[in-house]
Design a protein around this ligand. Sequence first.
Ligand SMILES: [Zn+2]
Length: 231
Amino acid sequence: MVRVFIDAGHGGKDPGAIGNGMREKDITLLVAKKLGAILERHNVNVSYSRIMDKYVSLNERARMANNIKADIFVSIHTNSYKYQSVQGLETFSYPGSSKGRKLAKYIQDSIIETKLYTKDRGIKTANFAVLRQSKMPATLVELGFITNKQDSQLLRTRQNNFSEAIAKGILKYLEVKYIPVKEKLEGNKYFRVVAGSYKDRSLAEEQQLRLKEKGFDSFIDIYEDKQSLIL
Ligand SMILES: [Zn+2]
């Protein structure tokens, strides 16, 4: 099974960029977890550099991905700049890596296709430690500028759109067909083992991660609670 390593930038004592009341490390973690959940729905094996607010060095991140022999490495970051007017999306790969470049392009194109952004800063190359030290095709996406009003609003409110778009780019690279979430369940009845019900999908995905940490595979399905309507 194909394995994707998801690297949520920064964490713990390293907050990353700060702007408009937000910290980069919080946004990257939320998007990373949502992204992982979407990939797992497509039977992709997912590993993370972190799934909580903790510090992990750059060397360690690359080493973890190399150790598990991940097929691709995807690092999630948000940008910042001294001028608040600077905004937009850019995705990096390591100089000379044609596969990394292809992966970066698919992710960049997929996010641009959502029409969230007015500014496409394009795909670039950079000698970033995680791109250099990871042995597999690697990319680092800078999801907009936390220091820009408009971008920070997107980072705050459109995490689902970002993670879905990144997932689509990754799946295209892996040649796995993207399947939208099935909103209605019909047909046969099943006995389900329930470990929580949530009104917010992201809370359900967090519960799924907790279960995974304990070694239980799970899936999310959607149902209407008709009984509570009667009360
Ligand atoms: Zn960063």
